[in-house]
Design a protein. Structure first.
Length: 155
């Protein structure tokens, strides 16, 4: 029986871009981070990670650092590509149960939510969903008063 692939087509390079957005890493470090995040369900191998790094480098989405050519970092084009694929990262988070984390955690939570409920469209009553969302918004707004302020952020 054939072994089922953990990452779907195009997902591993996307996750690698995400990891490199946080810091420059060597290929071995990328494998270690993938194992830490997705193990034991996924066991990173040189046979999958290094070809992904090579493809990302060929597409000029990543480059080797000047200070240490064994480390990879995102290019400006790589950052743009990552920004346009945030929804795909949210789908990976939902499917794997791994929270990759982003700078804007609320935005990431909302993308995960949308990724979870979009498949239900047309199968659940919209008025009931609207009522649940209105209730959730009210409850989230109450967090502001229960935490004693808004930390200087405008709302």
């Amino acid at each position: 029986m054939a072994r089922q692939r953990f990452f779907r087509y195009g997902e591993l390079p996307l996750v690698v871009l995400h990891l490199l957005d946080r810091e420059a890493l060597r290929g071995f470090d990328v494998m270690s981070e993938l194992d830490r995040l997705f193990g034991p369900a996924y066991n990173a191998s040189a046979g999958s990670v290094y070809p992904a790094l090579g493809a990302l480098e060929a597409e000029q989405l990543i480059k080797r650092t000047k200070s240490d050519p064994s480390r990879y970092e995102l290019t400006a084009e790589g950052r743009r590509a990552l920004r346009t694929r945030r929804d795909a990262l949210s789908r990976i988070e939902n499917r794997t149960g791994v929270r990759l984390g982003t700078v804007d955690e609320l935005d990431a939570a909302l993308r995960r939510f949308v990724a979870r409920i979009t498949p239900l469209e047309g199968r659940v009553p919209v008025p009931a969903v609207e009522a649940i969302l209105d209730d959730a918004a009210d409850r989230i707004s109450c967090l502001l008063t229960s935490t004693g302020g808004n930390d200087g952020r405008r709302i």
